[in-house]
Design a protein around this ligand. Structure first.
Ligand SMILES: [Zn+2]
Length: 85
């Protein structure tokens, strides 16, 4: 006699579809970067929705967006810290 399993078969197995694989886990941090030079962008004061590059003169509404997990974000902050002269 087979015991009744307490573990439910996940939906994706029943459907034969795997969930999307992602390396990223936990909290995701969205960062924005300059599409031109890849440096950080900041909100342009006095212009709603406009970003400007802290390095080159790029300015616009569509900076490059990147999603980082916590580990990557820490590395990102570290690398930023090193850039401070
Ligand atoms: Zn730039």
């Amino acid at each position: 006699m087979a015991k009744k399993s307490k573990i439910q078969t996940p939906d994706w197995i029943l459907k034969g579809v795997e969930p999307p694989k992602t390396k990223k886990k936990g909290k995701l941090f969205k960062i924005r970067k300059c599409p031109k030079c890849g440096k950080d962008v900041e909100v342009s004061i006095g212009e709603v929705g406009v970003w400007k590059c802290t390095s080159c003169k790029w300015k616009g509404r569509t900076p490059k967006e990147e999603e980082l997990d916590e580990e990557e974000f820490m590395k990102y902050l570290d690398s930023k810290g090193e850039e401070v002269a």
